[in-house]
Design a protein around this ligand. Structure first.
Ligand code: FES
Length: 262
């Protein structure tokens, strides 16, 4: 068992993606300009921009992959989008990488370079739109704040849900605060309400939003994606669009420790 650092998201990811987007679209633009004008300087500029674009895309892929593995809720609509986003980005890097190889040949074929880069730019546009959806609609990398939310807390346990497990110290959470519990096979949320501790599945039954990233008030948690509300003790739906309750789990406080009964 170990405590995890803050992993709600990597704000560096959306900052870094601006570089490959600018460099790669710029490379296509300069190569098009070379095709139109025959100016060698445009061709050379296109080469360096493409090279920088591929390199910075590889750098931006590192926090992106971490977000995909650790932040995007599993079994959610965001996961499907993120998977497509990842696949498209791999395609973009492959297409611009192939264009770099072609232009490095003794007799580079301009039409092939433009075709590869044009396809890469089209994929980049779709992938960029999906990335925007993930950030603004699914709030990946966004820390949702509300009154007395406290700092983001999470705990990773290298085991499955089941059996008594210490998941927090009694004083760790104040009323209205939550903590994400990552098990090998599930994600649960520990919440402290006016009536004590409660534990429930970190998966909104509407489209899989992470409830740990939502808002907790008066024993009700609100999903950050479309606003469904659940009673954290019983799991019943207090407000839609969700119609199914979330699973809940019994917790006890024993000698100052919060224990999940399993
Ligand atoms: S995913 Fe839609 S309300 Fe939670």
């Amino acid at each position: 068992m170990r405590s995890a650092a803050h992993l709600k998201g990597h704000p560096i990811h959306p900052m870094l993606v601006a570089f490959p987007i600018a460099f790669l679209t710029g490379a296509f633009g300069f190569d098009l300009a070379y095709w139109l004008t025959g100016q060698g300087a445009f061709w050379a500029t296109g080469y360096y921009l493409a090279l920088l674009g591929v390199l910075t895309a590889l750098v931006a892929a590192v926090p992106g992959l971490l977000d995909y593995l650790r932040v995007v809720p599993p079994r959610s609509s965001a996961r499907n989008r993120a998977t497509l986003h990842l696949a498209l980005n791999v395609g973009v890097i492959a297409l611009f990488g192939a264009a770099l190889l072609v232009r490095g040949e003794l007799l580079p074929r301009l039409s092939t370079v433009l075709l590869l880069e044009g396809l890469g730019t089209a994929l980049l546009a779709v992938s960029g739109w999906l990335g925007g959806e993930l950030a603004f609609k699914h709030q990946v990398g966004v820390e949702n704040r509300y009154a007395r939310a406290g700092r983001w807390r999470e705990l990773t346990l290298e085991r499955s849900v089941g059996g008594p497990t210490v998941v927090a110290a009694e004083g760790e959470l104040e009323v209205g605060q939550m903590k994400l519990l990552r098990f090998r096979d599930r994600r649960l949320v520990l919440a402290r309400t006016e009536d004590g501790f409660a534990c429930f599945e970190d998966r909104c039954t509407h489209k899989g939003g992470s409830l740990a990233g939502g808002t907790l008030a008066c024993g009700t948690v609100q999903c950050p994606w479309h606003g469904s509300q659940f009673d954290v003790r019983t799991g019943v739906v207090r407000a839609g669009p969700a119609t199914e309750p979330v699973a809940t789990f019994p917790v006890d406080v024993v000698a100052g420790e919060v224990q999940l009964r399993g």
